[in-house]
Write a protein that binds this ligand. Structure first.
Ligand code: CP
Length: 317
């Protein structure tokens, strides 16, 4: 297996099956630290730099919490407008990351341009972790989701997935790549104007993913072991910030997971994932059902980032 030490985590496209299992194994090993709310000294001489050019609650803070749990330090920015990249100078990725590599040992970045983390990785001599790039990928979120599935269902292979929402979403793209390495058929359901881009479909076909498309979640939810949802009402991920203007529409029934749908059509032991934030595609009354697992995903997000930081910084092999 390739070593994770010093490696960039940009995409799940080139992640091998045994590498997924190694990351999941390390997460399981480190999980008690987070569960017991301990801070240890595994990374006590290391610093994480956060470079967020787009808003985030979970991804940035979960990486920061993970670093602090492992005894490391954190510096960085959550608003690029307060840096030279966001003012008159519009400082380039190259110039910015040639600086950031001087301030720490690993960088997690989120950017509105697809490919920005790959560009940063060309210039920085320390590992870059992609915290979401435009309509590109969100690898650490999907690693978190795989870890959640493993913990909740005891295995990943053999499970049937249904993914509902905007297929331009970066999580959906990383999910497709990840499932090429497992025995997991998946059905995608999205509004026609939010269809999966052809480049990803072509990759999935070439990599042997067993995938299909459906129009209404009600038609396929009964087959699903894992139901993964993203909004269809959401901001433009190619912008650094997209303010809400006026009334927002509601989610059509085709892409909405209600209590009624779960009670009447879902398998009784299926699990429901949502990386959050949500609009109305999962109403709050679904939270108190046996299907919901999104709060567990939130906790697992810290554990998975602990595993990734420990691996890329060489504290665990
Ligand atoms: N799921 C996710 O990426 O959440 P944030 O946008 O809050 O980081």
């Amino acid at each position: 297996m390739r070593s994770f030490m010093g490696r960039d985590i940009i995409s799940l496209k080139n992640f091998e099956r045994n590498e997924f299992f190694r990351v999941l194994e390390i997460a399981e090993e480190l999980e008690p630290i987070a569960r017991n709310r301990q801070n240890v000294d595994l990374l006590d001489n290391k610093t994480l730099v956060t470079a967020f050019y787009q808003p985030s609650t979970r991804t940035r803070l979960a990486h920061e919490a993970a670093m602090l749990r492992l005894g490391g330090s954190v510096t960085g920015f959550s608003d690029a407008k307060m840096t030279r990249a966001g003012d008159f100078y519009q400082e380039s990725i190259k110039d910015t990351f040639k600086m950031l590599e001087c301030y720490g040992d690993v960088i997690v970045m989120r950017h509105f341009q697809q490919g920005a983390p790959a560009e940063a990785a060309k210039w920085a001599s320390i590992p870059i972790i992609n915290g979401g790039d435009g309509w590109g990928e969100h690898p650490t979120q999907i690693l978190t989701d795989l870890y959640t599935v493993l913990r909740e269902k005891g295995a990943i292979d053999g499970l049937r997935w249904v993914a509902v929402g905007d297929m331009r979403m970066r999580t959906m793209h990383s999910l497709g790549y990840a499932l090429t390495q497992f025995d997991c058929p998946i059905t995608f359901i999205a509004p026609p104007e939010m269809d999966m881009p052809d480049s990803f479909k072509e990759d999935y076909e070439a990599m042997g993913l067993d995938f299909a498309f459906a129009d209404h979640v009600g038609d396929v939810i009964g087959d699903a072991d894992v139901i993964l949802v993203e909004p269809t009402i959401q901001p433009d991920y190619t912008k650094s910030r997209d303010e809400r203007k006026g009334d927002v529409p509601t989610t059509p029934a085709n892409y909405k997971i209600t209590r009624d749908l779960l009670v009447n059509k879902a398998k009784s032991d299926a699990i429901l994932l949502h990386s959050l934030p949500r609009m109305d595609e999962i109403p709050a009354d679904v939270d108190i059902t046996r299907w919901s697992r999104y709060w567990q995903e939130g906790f697992n997000g810290v554990v998975m980032r602990m595993a990734l930081l420990a691996l890329v910084l060489g504290a665990m092999e």
